[in-house]
Design a protein around this ligand. Sequence first.
Ligand code: PA5
Length: 414
Amino acid sequence: MSNFNNGQLEIVYEMDEAVLADSERFALAADEKAALLSRKQMDFTGWVGYADAFPEGELADILATADEISSRCKYFIVIGIGGSYLGAKAALSFMDGDGSRPEVLFAGFNLSGAYHADLIDRIKDDDVCLLIISKSGGTLEPSVAFQALKNLLIQKYGRAEALSRIYAITDRDSGKLRKEATENGYKTFVLPSDIGGRFSVLTPVGLLPLAVAGIDIRTMLDGAKAANTEEMISIAKKLACVRTALEEQKCVQAICSFEPSTEDFTAWLLQLFGESEGKDGRGVLPVGVSVSRDLHSLGQFLQDGKQMFYEMVLFAKEPARDITIEGEDAGDYAGRSYSEFNRAVLEGMAKAHRSVGVPIIRAYFPDNSAHSFGQLVYFFELCCALTGLLMGVNPFDQPGVEAYKRGMLDYLLK
Ligand code: PA5
């Protein structure tokens, strides 16, 4: 991609000048909100700059524990839902782990018996360790999966060894899981009480599973630090202003992924934006679009349907891998690479959608490295928090999610 000039995340706007000009009315407020965040003068802002001063002792403990886990199992099952698993899942799709390390699998993010029965069939004859992640310690989906998998381990290894294969991440003091971990002697890490689940990727919640998979978590934290510079914060502020201006006109944000490796990152973004911004009757509904696949289905709507959305494109400057088409039958395709074709679909889509007035934001990230992942995570966390604050909502709570959890428990207790 010859027209990219550095290794940083870049944001490019394609929309009417009037929208960009209009977004400037939020600029002063964005400065104030960014200062508020950096002073951590709000609840749940512990994630701000967390990577910059990550406790070295804790990092060493995470790495040593990951090595121990790696030597003990073939499958490492991470049990959690929402912010307790989406970040690690996104990272593992975004970049390759070390093939000699355990395979990280996920449980407890649905209540499907079929999913969990299949998972148990897959792992039951091999060595397994479990990581249960729950900040509250009582969320139903992970609690049910934990009981099913813990029981499998007890039957397989006997109680003492089974309990030694269980790791937990939860609040320092409160909740059912903390109590159980203390009683059963699980090795635990703490999710700091001032960091919410969806802002927790760069804490043990994301770092331990990724270290087990052999991802270079120090480099990932360096990437996050690289997104916490004055230059990147000002890019995040501008994006927050534009998104806030667009929120007044549009009710859907289509996040367009051009590689399967960013589809789970899109799922993480859906949670980040949806759960942080969608409240008090405000926000845009984030939806994921997988390109090219969905251009042959949703593409019709995007081009021709009700104009209620804007697009956010995720595009790698350097693809993780590439293939050049060759062979005597290749015709016009000969000598052209997948990355060239993928660029063509981006430009073709942008041209077509701009012709009907769709606002487009392009997020060009450098590559699929741990550094880029850390940078993307911190950048979007900041941008999302700022957008929520500019819209006047609290980006750090999730009363709607709590409502469904209560409804589910009411049903079970009937
Ligand atoms: O972002 C959040 O706080 C939520 O999505 C939580 O991560 C999710 O509800 C899981 O909660 P818990 O970690 O308490 O089990």
